[in-house]
Each structure stands twice: as structure tokens, then as C-alpha cells.
Write a protein that binds this ligand. Structure first.
Ligand code: NDP
Length: 451
């Protein structure tokens, strides 16, 4: 049977674009459909604009510190419109790069929504059908709001980059990555931030000590964090959104933002015309090669709800091409993935939390919390946290947690050693780089405790 293309990719985010380009480089005939903007969540309404907002929001503190270091500075106010215009210019530029990367790789782009007619046929919203030997679904996910009356009054991370004006006050609901990152960003930009989290401590699933450290610093920096609290009622009032909390509090906020999780984009894709199986959270079920129950159809990235991070989707896309177009079955390695939460302070992490590790085996915890030189000099009392979790039996470093400026940069490098299986003794063989914060990772001599 002959097909119009060897591969049809649905979704132009980081994973889909990479898979399309790498497949085309093997000589395959490839087409890709994207219904919105090329680049997907990461580039258009996620990691990239978020990180630029992190930079924008960090200058308030930099101006403050500069003055204590002897500079004469007057910060003035933050001009959201000026920043927003530049931000959108940058996103347009990046989208253009994604498009030209695809066309330079001879991938045919369809600016259309694609749905599945059958296991080998894609139907385009712009008209027409294309048959494909293989189909790759890389449609990502979307933010979800709780099932609550008037929830449509609230925004999500999708809208935050598009606001005409920054509100004077905002209520953020949730305690995950997105809620905590935007609480810090907006606080830094001068918005009065309140955060409701229904559980006992933010960033569930991460190391408890790191969670506590970040929460303390967020509160100290001005975020009004209410744990054990959720939103009960909301309605529009002339001057904002009136909210009642489960703690009995009532207040009007300029905006309410829901950061209450993301669901995979699997609705209205025509999956019912195939044997593709959908899981409990709406995710596409795949095997270790990203293949669905329908042999011609694969899926990668957030739509599979495995590890929802851009670099993971990219690796899944490349492993798919190795498996299907280079004849080398390549499973995706989801073990020991370093990642960063761009709160202020930033959190870099890899491997087990202390809680996970002590459930698994006896461990030694090497941990230090200290005032970094740059801040101590000007009398600021923020502390950084460095923590290594070490197996008592093998001396292997099972986990590393860093809460500090540039923790994301540090964990990338510590991650190389930990992924290679480094022991604590091998960490200690490395000479310290002085004076840095990261030198503590190789100079912690005695465990703080055993667990
Ligand atoms: P998360 O799943 O991490 O967090 C959702 C939060 O919302 C949790 O605190 C959850 O509480 C809470 N919540 C869920 N439902 C409700 C409800 N009905 N009422 C009140 N609270 C609720 O999702 P995010 O949206 O923060 O992030 C999605 C994913 O995006 C992350 O898992 C991550 O993979 C990725 N991401 C990665 C980033 C990075 O690498 N820096 C940055 C941003 C996103 P509870 O804990 O009680 O369930």
C-alpha cells in the first residue's frame, strides 16, 4: 500500500517539531499540522515567556542590592507594556525560527487542525485528507480549571502573557510548579500576590526540606501564602473579582489565576476511529517505544502524561525516529531526569527526595543551609540549601537538591555525575571551586543525619 507521506506529525511543539525534522533527515517524506502557533506550549505560552518574565521580575531585587553595594540607582517603575511588546516580538522571532527549521528540513507544514479518520489517514480542518504510513501525536496539554461556578472569570497560564495591564492584586490557586513560579514572578513585578494551596505545603512530590525552604523565602519576599486553603466562591464585582476562601476570608482581587494542573489534549482528535487507548487522565497510553495500541500511531510529550517536561518530549521524539526510521528500537530513559522550578529562590533537583530514599533503603543526608557571600555582604539573610542523599550501602548519590540563585544551572552539571552513578567519595575527590555556592556540594564532610 502506498501513502502520501511516511510520517504525519500532529502538533508543532518542541517534541513534534524535533521528531519531524529528524525523521525528514533520514530521507522520510514528512508533514506536520499545527492548529495554533508553531513552537507549542514551551515557546509560545510556557517555559520561554515564563523564563523571560522571571528575568524581568528579578531586577527589583538587583536594583535594591546594587544600591547596598554602593551604586547610585533609581529603579523607577516596571513598564509592563514595554516588556510585553518586546516579549511578543521575541516569541514571533522564535516561531519564525521553528517554521524555517521545518521548511529547511523539507517538512510540509499545514496550518490546520488535524484529526484521525482511520489509523493511516489524517483529515485537515482546511480541507483534504493525507494518508501516512506512521502518525505521531504530539498535541501536548492544556491548563484545567476546577469545576466551580464562575471559574471562567479566572485566567490560566495561557492568558497571563497576554494581559493588557498587570493587575494591582492577584489570587493564584494551586501549589504546583506553575502556581509557585507565577506567584514569585508577579510578586517581583510589584503585583500584590495571594496564593491559596489546598494542601499542607506547596510543591507536593518534591523534597520536603526544599519545599519548606522555598515556601519560607516566598513568604519573606512578600507572597501571601495560605496553605490548607482553597477557593470556595467567586463572582464579578465592578472593581475586580470577589472571592470567598475555605478559611472564611472574603476579598476582591484584580485577577484570579488558576494553576490547578494540566490535562492531555486528546479530545476531538478522532481517536475513536483507531485502536489508540486513553488512560484515566485522558492521556494516550504508549509502550516504552512511545507506540500506541494502534501499531501505525505513536505519541510523545505531554499528551502521554509521562514526565511533562520539554526536554523529555524532545528525547521521546528522537527515540521514536531511531526506533521507526533508523531501525534501532530505542526505549526512552525516564530515570534520573534533572529539572528546575523557577521560583525565587530557584530550585534544582535530580533523583530521589529524602522521603522517597528512606522508604527505599538506609541513607545518609548531607545538607547545609547558609547565607551566600553576595547577600551576606549586604546584610540580607536569605539562605541557600544544598542537599545530597547518599546510599549507606553503595555510597551512591541518590538525589541532589539545590535551592539557590542559578540552581537550574548547577543541577544540570551535578546531574551528569549523578546519572553516571557517582558516589559521595567521588564527589569529594573533586576540588572545590572557590568562592562559589556550588563548592558546598564537594565539601560536606559529615552527614547531617541518617534516615
Ligand atoms: P501541577 O499538577 O504541578 O499542580 C497543580 C496544583 O493545583 C497542585 O498544587 C494541586 O493540588 C492543585 N489543584 C489541582 N486541582 C485543584 C482544585 N480542584 N482545587 C484547588 N487546587 C487544585 O500542575 P501545574 O499546572 O503547576 O504544572 C503542570 C506541569 O507542567 C508540571 O507537572 C510540570 O510537568 C510542567 N511544568 C514544568 C515547569 C518547569 O519545569 N519549571 C514549569 C511549569 C510547568 P494537589 O497538590 O493537592 O494535588
Amino acid at each position: 500500500m502506498s501513502f502520501d507521506v511516511d510520517l504525519f506529525v500532529i502538533g508543532g511543539g518542541s517534541g513534534g517539531v524535533r521528531a519531524a525534522r529528524v525523521a525528514a533527515a533520514t530521507g522520510a517524506k514528512v508533514a506536520l499540522a499545527e492548529e495554533f502557533r508553531m513552537g507549542g506550549t514551551c515557546v509560545i505560552r510556557g517555559c520561554v515567556p515564563k523564563k523571560l518574565m522571571v528575568y524581568a521580575s528579578s531586577y527589583r531585587e538587583i536594583f535594591h542590592d546594587a544600591s547596598d553595594y554602593g551604586w547610585e540607582v533609581s529603579a523607577g517603575g516596571f513598564d509592563w507594556h514595554k516588556f510585553r511588546n518586546r516579549l511578543h516580538g521575541e516569541l514571533d522571532r522564535l516561531e519564525g525560527i521553528y517554521r524555517s527549521l521545518l521548511s529547511n528540513s523539507d517538512v510540509t507544514i499545514h496550518d490546520a487542525r488535524a484529526t484521525l479518520k482511520d489509523p493511516h489517514t489524517v483529515r485537515l480542518s482546511t480541507g483534504g485528507e493525507i494518508t501516512a504510513k506512521h502518525i505521531l501525536i504530539a498535541t501536548g496539554g492544556h491548563p484545567v480549571k476546577p469545576d466551580l461556578e464562575n471559574a471562567d472569570l479566572g485566567i490560566t497560564s495561557n492568558e497571563i502573557f497576554l494581559l493588557e495591564d498587570l493587575p494591582k492584586s492577584i489570587l493564584i490557586i494551586g501549589g504546583g510548579y506553575i502556581a509557585c513560579e507565577f506567584a514569585c514572578i508577579l510578586n517581583g513585578l510589584g503585583v500584590e500576590v495571594t496564593q491559596f494551596y489546598r494542601g499542607a505545603q506547596i510543591l507536593r512530590g518534591f523534597d520536603d526540606e526544599a519545599r519548606g525552604h522555598i515556601a519560607d523565602h516566598m513568604v519573606r519576599n512578600g507572597v501571601k501564602l495560605h496553605v490548607g486553603t482553597n477557593l470556595l466562591e467567586m463572582r464579578k464585582q465592578d472593581d475586580g473579582i470577589w472571592v470567598k476562601g475555605t478559611d472564611g476570608s472574603e476579598r476582591i482581587y484584580g485577577e484570579v489565576m488558576f494553576a490547578t494542573g494540566r490535562d492531555p489534549n486528546t479530545s476531538d482528535l478522532g481517536l475513536e476511529n483507531t485502536d489508540v487507548k486513553i488512560g484515566r487522565r485522558g492521556q494516550i497510553e504508549v509502550d516504552k517505544f512511545s507506540q500506541t495500541a494502534q501499531p501505525s500511531i505513536y505519541a510523545i510529550g505531554d499528551v502521554t502524561n509521562r514526565v511533562n517536561l520539554t526536554p523529555v518530549a524532545i528525547r521521546e521524539g528522537m527515540a521514536f525516529v531511531e526506533t521507526v526510521f533508523n531501525g534501532t528500537p530505542t526505549p526512552v530513559d525516564h530515570d534520573l531526569i534533572p529539572s528546575a522550578v523557577f521560583t525565587q529562590p530557584e530550585y534544582g533537583t535530580i533523583g530521589l527526595t529524602e522521603e522517597e530514599a528512606r522508604d527505599q533503603e538506609p541513607v545518609d543526608i548531607y545538607c547545609t543551609s547558609f547565607k551566600p557571600m553576595q547577600r551576606a555582604f549586604i546584610g540580607r539573610d536569605e539562605r541557600v540549601l544544598m542537599k545530597l542523599i547518599v546510599s549507606q550501602e553503595t555510597d551512591k548519590v541518590l538525589g541532589c537538591h539545590i535551592v539557590a540563585d542559578h540552581a537550574g544551572e548547577m543541577i544540570q552539571l551535578a546531574g551528569v555525575a549523578i546519572k553516571m552513578g557517582a558516589t559521595k567519595a567521588q564527589f569529594d575527590q573533586v576540588c572545590a571551586v572557590h568562592p562559589t555556592m556550588a563548592e558546598e556540594l564537594v565539601t560536606m564532610k559529615t552527614p547531617m543525619r541518617s534516615a
